[in-house]
Structure formats: structure tokens, C-alpha cells
Design a protein. Structure first.
Length: 199
């Protein structure tokens, strides 16, 4: 449930979101919101989706922290945040037609997979993973591996299996990048910038 807590602590302790892709967490926020709305509307048992609520809250905190440490939360960010809250409220209260919710739920598979791609590219370009928390991505990778296993055992659905497999692959790539690159590129860039200011 607290899989993203290490990432929150990493951003807070360094007072920086350097090297972290904002789009990754925004896409995750959208995906978790869709899943939450879908499960609530369907009346599914809390035990089957409760973890999603905690992940949604933690992701919202990460997005807010990233915006704060990247120059502050401006009018555009606050407007988009208000739109997100209103959209989530509309979905949870049943104001969004079920056909649209089902369409969004199907799209969330791609949203979660695509959320990791910008971070993989950013890490590769920077040769650094900035302030990404290794523990968070290790837990994500283990969770994705468990999802692949349970899908193979319990759910004969190729779409879910492909989604889980792609999620495992992308989380594994980011985990390996954190182990290989670390935040050395960001530290080097900061040192170069500090040298420029003193000269």
C-alpha cells in the first residue's frame, strides 16, 4: 500500500524532483482515478481495489511535490487539478455514463503502460535517474511480476496478460536504470551549475 512512500521521502529529503518525469506520474494519476471510479461504480469489493485508493493519494502527493519543487504550483496546474477533482467526483457520483467509464477503463491499460515510457527515455537521455527511489521501482517490478503470475493462473485474458507483461518489462527497465545510472548525472549537472555561478 505504501509503495510510493519511498519516492515521496526521496523528493522531500532532497527538496528536488530532478530527473523524474512529471508526465509519468500524471498519467498514473489519471489511470488510478479511472480504476477507482470504475470499481466504485461497479460496486466491487473494497478488498479488490482498496490499494488503488492509496496509490492514487500517494501519486497525487508526488505530483504536487514535483510541481512545488519545479517552480511552484501555478494557475494552470491549479486549474488542471480542479478539473481532475471535478472529473473524479463526477465519475464517483455516477454522473458519467457507464459506457464511457468502460471505455476509460479499457484505455487505462494503455495509460499505465505509456506512463513509464517518458521516464525510460528521460533516464536514457540523461544517463541518470535523478531522484527516483529504487525501493519504489523494486516494489513496482515485484508487483508487476505477481500480476503476470496471477493473470496466467487465474484470468485467461490476453489483453490483461499483455498489459501486465509490458508493465513488468518497463518497471524492470527503470529499476535497472536506477541501479546502473543512479543520480550521478543530476549531481554532475548541479556541480557544473554551481561552478558557473562561482566564476
Amino acid at each position: 500500500m505504501g509503495v510510493k512512500i519511498p519516492q515521496i521521502r526521496s523528493i522531500l529529503s532532497s527538496r528536488s524532483a530532478a530527473g523524474i518525469s512529471l508526465s509519468m506520474f500524471i498519467l498514473e494519476l489519471v489511470g488510478y482515478s479511472i480504476n477507482l471510479g470504475y470499481n466504485v461504480i461497479r460496486g466491487n469489493s473494497f478488498s479488490t481495489w482498496g490499494e488503488n485508493l492509496f496509490l492514487l493519494a500517494q501519486t497525487a502527493v508526488i505530483v504536487a511535490l514535483m510541481l512545488h519543487y519545479s517552480g511552484g504550483i501555478g494557475v494552470v496546474a491549479m486549474s488542471l487539478g480542479a478539473l481532475w477533482v471535478a472529473s473524479l467526483g463526477a465519475m464517483l457520483s455516477g454522473q458519467v455514463p457507464m459506457e464511457i467509464v468502460l471505455l476509460l477503463q479499457t484505455a487505462s491499460v494503455g495509460i499505465f503502460v505509456m506512463s513509464k515510457v517518458p521516464q525510460v527515455i528521460t533516464n536514457f537521455k540523461n544517463r541518470s535517474t535523478g531522484k527516483l527511489a529504487l525501493i519504489t521501482f523494486l516494489l513496482n517490478t515485484m508487483g508487476a511480476a505477481a500480476r503476470v503470475f496471477t493473470t496466467l493462473q487465474e484470468v485467461p485474458d490476453n489483453i490483461i496478460l499483455i498489459s501486465a507483461s509490458l508493465g513488468l518489462l518497463l518497471n524492470l527497465i527503470i529499476t535497472v536504470q536506477v541501479l546502473v545510472y543512479g543520480d550521478r548525472g543530476v549531481a554532475k549537472a548541479a556541480a557544473t551549475e554551481a561552478t558557473k555561478k562561482t566564476n
